[in-house]
Design a protein around this ligand. Structure first.
Ligand code: SF4
Length: 289
């Protein structure tokens, strides 16, 4: 508790911090509370793939406009390629080629002359409960009926298709929009998931009310985390304050080997998800608005 007359400390958070607790309080504890943190499993190839593609797209926008051409992509991707987690060189090469195809198709849909308002731009906002900050993949400024409007763009490289419900339900995207509107003092209601494997866009247009609802949920999560941390400080067993929430996600959890509930989850190889990325995409795997 804060001292009398002293403001309570704000809960400093990112979308992944909030998401970790919402998914599984125990995973949150392993990631952000326990020090030293329990050992993580080996790196995942799908994380390497996602990071490589995201950084290549960031560097695409760092090029002068006349060099934003598909021929630049192999060098960009090579320069940002993360090698960890792949089964062997052959698989890594195949995934590199697939990622390059995604990027080549994706940049065909972009106007090289468009300058986003922000690329991997950090936006931050404070409320009475939390101090949020997060890095948006891209923030576009597009013409609206009453002047420029901002759009939050998030790149996705997973196999699973995405639809408008995913865009609507994403707390991270909503918080980016809420923060961007305040940072840039321009309306920001539109959020989009750009799924590179299927070249589809799943979008949603928020309202002031729907953004406020997402913010309120984030504040509720922050209050729950603060309460759990206080309970531990007051003597509650940390295992009770941060319970496990086992489910299908345990197979992909970095802490599966340290967690009693994770032992029951099927073991995934670090490259299991990218193996699926190499399989042909079936119609309907990706969905557009
Ligand atoms: S293995 Fe499952 S229950 Fe354990 S921390 Fe990870 S997600 Fe939570």
């Amino acid at each position: 508790m804060g001292f009398d007359g002293m403001p309570e400390r704000l809960f400093v958070c990112t979308p992944s911090k909030l998401g970790a607790y919402t998914d599984c309080p125990r995973r949150y504890r392993y990631s952000y509370v326990d020090r030293p943190a329990p050992a993580k499993g080996p790196p995942w190839a799908h994380n390497s793939l996602g990071a490589s593609v995201h950084t290549a797209l960031r560097n695409w926008y760092a090029l002068p406009i006349d060099r934003r051409r598909p021929e630049a992509l192999p060098t960009l991707l090579k320069g940002t390629w993360v090698r960890e987690g792949y089964r062997d060189d052959e698989q890594e090469r195949a995934v590199f080629r697939r990622a390059l195809e995604w990027l080549e198709s994706y940049v065909e849909t972009l106007d090289p002359g468009d300058e986003p308002l922000g690329v991997e731009r950090v936006v931050a906002v404070k409320t009475s409960v939390l101090a949020f900050n997060g890095r948006a993949d891209r923030i576009d400024s597009r013409p609206g009926p009453d002047g420029p409007e901002l759009v939050i763009v998030d790149y996705k490289t997973g196999r699973t298709g995405l639809d408008a419900d995913d865009a609507r339900g994403s707390q991270a995207l909503a918080l980016y929009a809420y923060a961007a509107e305040r940072v840039f003092r321009k309306p920001c209601r539109r959020v989009e998931l750009h799924h590179l494997p299927t070249q589809t866009v799943a979008g949603h247009d928020h309202t002031v009310e729907s953004l406020a609802r997402q913010l309120s949920r984030a504040e509720d999560t922050a209050r729950d985390i603060i309460a759990a941390e206080r309970a531990v400080a007051d003597g509650t067993d940390p295992d009770d304050a941060f319970p496990v929430s086992p489910g299908i996600r345990c197979g992909w959890c970095d802490f599966r080997r340290s967690c009693p509930a994770g032992a029951d989850a099927p073991e995934r190889e670090p490259w299991s998800a990218v193996e699926r990325a190499l399989a042909p995409v079936e119609p309907g795997d990706g969905a557009a608005e």
